[in-house]
Design a protein around this ligand. Sequence first.
Ligand code: UN1
Length: 498
Amino acid sequence: MTAIDEAWSILKGLGVTPRTAEAGRASRSPVDGSAGPALTETADLDGIVACSVAAFHAWRRVPAPRRGELVRLFGEELRAAKADLARLVTLEAGKITSEGLGEVQEMIDVCDFAVGLSRQLYGLTLPSERPGHHMRETWQPLGPVLVISAFNFPVAVWAWNAALALVCGDPVIWKPSEKTPLTALATQAVFDRALARFGGDAPEGLSQVVIGGREAGEALSADARIPLVSATGSTRMGRAVAQTVAARLGRSLLELGGNNAMIVTPSADLDMAVRAVAFSAVGTCGQRCTTLRRLLVHEDVAEALIGRLKAAYESLPVGDPREEGSLVGPLIDADAAEAFDRALAQAVDEGGEMIVGGARLGGDGAYVRPAIVRMPAQTAVVRHETFAPILYVLTWREFDQAVEMQNAVPQGLSSCVFTDSVREAEAFLSAWGSDCGIANVNIGPSGAEIGGAFGGEKDTGGGRESGSDAWKAYMRRQTQTVNFSRDLPLAQGVKFEV
Ligand code: UN1
């Protein structure tokens, strides 16, 4: 059975029978390059939004802890369906088995987080300057939330948004990547199971999936009935979404690319650094927004570290992500493999020296050997995010110079330093240290937990998703003043008698 046939049979097992189309974009698996039927694109976008608005009007009246109960049930259903969903992530996005399971685990984790949150949507109580007055801040549901997600985290990123949006009182419209529609439909089916158990106070249309391409995302982004658009994907896509949403003064939450670095200092534990580099540079075949792309190493330890990385890379098992031993699966498609080839050619052109990897593996699917290239400087190719497993290595002498190099790219998602020096670690985390949304010490840049607010700065969009107080993006803040006196004391000492 081909990988895409297996994906369709899992979908069937989950009780989903999607409508297929004669023409259109075939469903595909990067595992073996196999193609299956195309899905019918969602035609009635207007109806989808209208249904979401109606759902909002009902859902905002349901008490938040009760809304949390739905998310709790969803977490239970995800636990029950974990193996199936993870397998679909492997078949449709090409992740190795443990990463597919890890991705579904992030969905479960954020459900747990959101359940607690449903009882903690705290506002402030503020002292009023007027006697006999009470002033407070209340967080209210916002309205339908559009989630545009990318192929590389085909379910987790939607869940970060959806679990929060649902407890905040907002329905969700999901436009998944056109490369991973089957996984999205399976997730919706799992959500429907939670809905069936939840009972009657959940309105129809709380969560809807839109199958379609860029145009569908654009049309929905332009719709003023959707107050928040949360988009994950390329900077190009994010810029287009942000402009469309801003033109109607809507709100956007963007989570775009990354060009993440690791600084390795002379005191670093190199054993730890080698393991951290390997996981964060080649995991998900270099297709995470948090992937390690730049290794900035002190010149005294550069040879030792590069030597060990070279050995580790040479023995990396690249291959079918379904097989137990594989650590690196395929790139998503042939275009991605071409971008990998082009970036490597450009790196060599710009003075790079190939250390290891870079070859394409034969057979079906876009399998490549992860590459390490030593660069003389942060040239154009180094400053650009290529969504593939290429690690650029550069050296430095002074710590300040390393931090400057880390910050000297347009993207600002994740960053890290490997050091045993408190001074270096704290300087890296200081106001003049890393300029990224995420800064780690002795941990690689990828694999962030859902408890923290996830997101970046600069070219990466500035949005924050999942933990901490990221929920505030999904609500509107209302300042409320109540006069419980029999007078009408005016503000700012103004006298006004009629
Ligand atoms: C992404 O690549 O879009 O930190 C998200 C990580 C994952 C999420 C990445 N928890 O690598």
